[in-house]
Design a binder for this molecule. Sequence first.
Ligand code: MG
Length: 217
Amino acid sequence: MKHSRLTTGQEYPIGKILCIGRNYAEHIRELGNETPEAPVIFMKPGTSVIYEGEEIVIPPYSRECHHEAELAILIGKEGKDIPIEEALEHVAGYGVAIDLTLRDVQGELKKKGLPWEIAKGFDTACPLSDFVPAAAVADPQELRIRLTVNGEVRQDGSTSLMIHSVAAIISHMSGIFTLEPGDVILTGTPAGVSAIKSGDRLCAEIPGVATLRVSVR
Ligand code: MG
């Protein structure tokens, strides 16, 4: 079983990986999507997680794998129907993740109204950093998110541009799914997503929080 690790050394078995889509206006525009009224939610299985220094394996049924750098939240305290004002009390730590997406496959599934798992949940689809304890982050809505490919900047955004805040996401998701210690939430990606290919070296970074380096096999 995969684990999430706090920089203090404490480990949590990974539970649900809950993801929000379309949470930054510029990214919605770059994909030509409509802005949803309610958050778009999907999941990745724990088996999709890889860690610092590991390799992404793009499945043979895709020709277009995109990186999406995202603020990741580690849940440390169980909750259901969590009020927004109490939401951040359920956070154990913050990290950075890459929500890898087979854009060609996802596009076909979207057209047919089918679920996205094979585009979002394949093995290696969720590179994940260690988490800094929540107390080390003064304001999760004031973080920079960067992603480089082979040293070239592709994404450089700020969590201040989220449509739904971290607290709002936790509150909303906990109305649908009981949140448990070890659950991870990916909070959406800023603009700048692009395709990766074999041999590429990716570095996702939230300065002061986490850095994550992976490559493509
Ligand atoms: Mg995403």
